[in-house]
Design a protein around this ligand. Structure first.
Ligand SMILES: Cc1ncc(COP(=O)(O)O)c(C=O)c1O
Length: 465
């Protein structure tokens, strides 16, 4: 039994946790009753709880620990930088080497030519920054009415007031009084769930692009500033876009002079089998946000890459006011930047993209075998990210009542068998560290199979199907 199971023991970690913490993205009522799984340490793709039980971290923490746990080189890079310049800022004409080098390196590896890099601390802050730059840009070029921003239903860009508004998930809006004004949402590009019976992927993409165009026309093209999208939706349930989707969407955006901001927070740095998801879908963004894999999740750092016209707009606006009035204390923190630089070096040395391409087929072949399982509606994904959508009725694509909490049930079954995965709604998500090997993939797949069978027993026993 893990220490954290001893809920009633005063001073147990579980009791102390429940006495002191609010957990992000957690059912707080359930947590009061059940307490946390306390993770004590990590090594490679494994983490260990406070009882010493080992788990494969099958979602890289929050899709972020790309190089696995306990990489000496990243720890040493942090230590070296801490000793040299432990902290500094970039306000008011100050700079430092790790920040400069990281910006240069990001511009080198970016999927399209960008002009400048702005650093922040999280994916949410990067999205907020990009949204503010969209508004700044349109003010600079004399179009102050062009300010509405379009996200997608199912899209995820963070949880701050602006990025959370752009996120298209009800659970992130409900009772937080979001979204704010000037934020719109267009269709979710989930072919299996939303296409008509006769519709091909291409037809579906055409319809979604037409819907986007109608939305723009309805709102007035002169009011629509930008469109934000993840190449593959992550938190919305691992949604790979249908064939031709982004080319059709981009044609619409160009027609109405709408900026494209690509959110590479999950897809960037190899996850999909390319350095950036934009490369795979021929996305030509005006801005790009990234985070997570930028530092292998070891330290908080995110970046916004901007095109030359947007940089020129920054110059114009800052010239007007006398300052570029945006920035965070820790924008480009030298220790975070040093760890990110070392992360990018390691990606290069171990050919992270080649590694993902080499191992990903095993993951997908393994999971595809569950496509015939009575509870699995769809198996989807690409690179080292996959989702299995659990359904009550396969033929009708009917989901379980959310109150049945099937996603959490299957997630817990996996955990009990030594693999930490994450259910997003009823989609079980797999996104292991990019250094995962064949035997670890086999183990993930084996445990998913057991968990699905145990979930089937459960739903039959509880008469949920
Ligand atoms: C695509 C995407 N964008 C933005 C974010 C927000 O990042 P953060 O949690 O660092 O604010 C996330 C987080 O999961 C994400 O998946």
């Amino acid at each position: 039994m893990a220490l954290s199971d001893l809920l009633d023991v005063p001073n147990s970690l579980s009791a102390r946790d429940r006495g002191s913490l609010i957990h992000p993205m957690t059912d707080l009522v359930r947590h009061e009753k059940e307490g946390p799984l306390v993770i004590d340490r990590g090594e490679g793709v494994f983490v260990y709880d406070d009882d010493g039980t080992r788990y494969i971290e099958g979602v890289s923490g929050l899709w972020s620990i790309t190089l696995g746990f306990g990489q000496d080189r990243l720890a040493e890079a942090a230590f070296r930088q801490m000793k040299r310049l432990s902290s500094y800022h970039m306000f008011r004409f100050k700079s430092h080497l790790p920040g400069i080098e990281l910006a240069e390196r990001l511009l080198e590896i970016a999927p399209v030519p960008f002009s400048k890099v702005f650093f922040a601390n999280s994916g949410s802050e990067a999205a907020d920054t990009a949204m503010k730059l969209v508004w700044y840009y349109h003010n600079a070029i004399g179009r102050p009415e062009k300010k509405k921003i379009i996200g997608r239903i199912g899209g995820y860009h963070g949880v701050t007031i602006a990025s959370g508004s752009l996120t298209g998930l009800a659970r992130n809006h409900a009772d937080f009084d979001l979204p704010i004004a000037r934020i719109l949402h267009t269709d979710c590009p989930h072919y299996w769930r939303f296409a008509g019976p006769e519709e091909t992927e291409e037809d579906f993409a055409t319809r979604l692009a037409a819907n986007l165009e109608q939305l723009i026309i309805r709102e007035g093209p002169e009011t629509i500033a930008a469109f934000f999208a993840e190449p593959v939706m992550g938190s919305g349930g691992v949604i790979v876009p249908p064939k031709t989707y982004f080319e059709k969407i981009q044609a619409v955006l160009r027609r109405y002079d709408v900026l494209f901001v690509v959110d590479e927070v999950i897809c960037g740095f190899g996850r999909l089998g390319a350095m950036f998801g934009s490369e795979l879908f021929n996305i030509k963004p005006d801005m790009l946000t990234c985070a997570k894999g930028l530092s292998s999740g070891y330290l908080p750092i995110s970046a916004v890459l901007i095109s030359e016209p947007i940089w020129q707009a920054c110059l114009v606006e800052s010239g007007k006011v006398g300052v570029f009035g945006h920035g965070f204390t820790y924008s480009g923190h030298p220790v975070c930047a040093a760890v990110a630089l070392e992360t990018l070096k390691i990606y290069d040395e171990i050919d992270i993209v080649g590694r993902v391409k080499a191992v990903a087929p095993r993951l997908h072949a393994g999971l595809q075998a569950f496509a015939t399982h009575p509870l699995v509606g769809e198996v989807r994904g690409m690179g080292l990210v996959a989702g299995l959508e659990i359904v009550r009725n396969k033929a009708k694509k009917e989901s379980f009542d959310p109150k049945a909490n099937i996603g959490l049930f299957v997630e817990r079954r996996c955990q009990d068998h030594g693999v930490i995965l994450r259910a997003l709604g009823d989609t079980l998500t797999v996104a292991p560290p990019l250094i995962v090997d064949d035997s670890e993939i086999n183990e993930i797949v084996r445990v998913v199979g057991i968990a699905l069978d145990e979930t089937l027993d459960h739903v039959r026993r509880e008469k949920l199907i």
